[in-house]
Write a protein that binds this ligand. Structure first.
Ligand SMILES: [Zn+2]
Length: 80
């Protein structure tokens, strides 16, 4: 599991859609640089981190949710 960055806790639910009854989880967009692909990291069950995999090489990444983290909603992940 490679650490990508952290996001401010108030920005963590930006993808949540209150009018939707779906169980779609909030996610962050990630550019996996070495594989030149885009993917998503989904908020985990405890809502402490976004976690996911590079869709091409399968390497796992996480972004922590922290009170003083970034408000960025897009991150770069370096696979190799
Ligand atoms: Zn990759």
């Amino acid at each position: 599991m490679q650490f990508v960055g952290e996001i401010y806790k108030d920005a963590m639910l930006f993808k949540k859609q209150p009018e939707s009854k779906s169980k779609a989880r909030p996610y962050l967009g990630v550019h996996f640089v070495q594989c030149s692909v885009y993917g998503r990291l989904y908020l985990n069950a405890r809502q402490k981190a976004y976690m996911g995999f590079c869709p091409r090489c399968g390497k796992s990444f996480q972004i922590r949710v922290e009170p003083g983290g970034s408000r960025s909603r897009f991150f770069k992940a370096f696979c190799r």
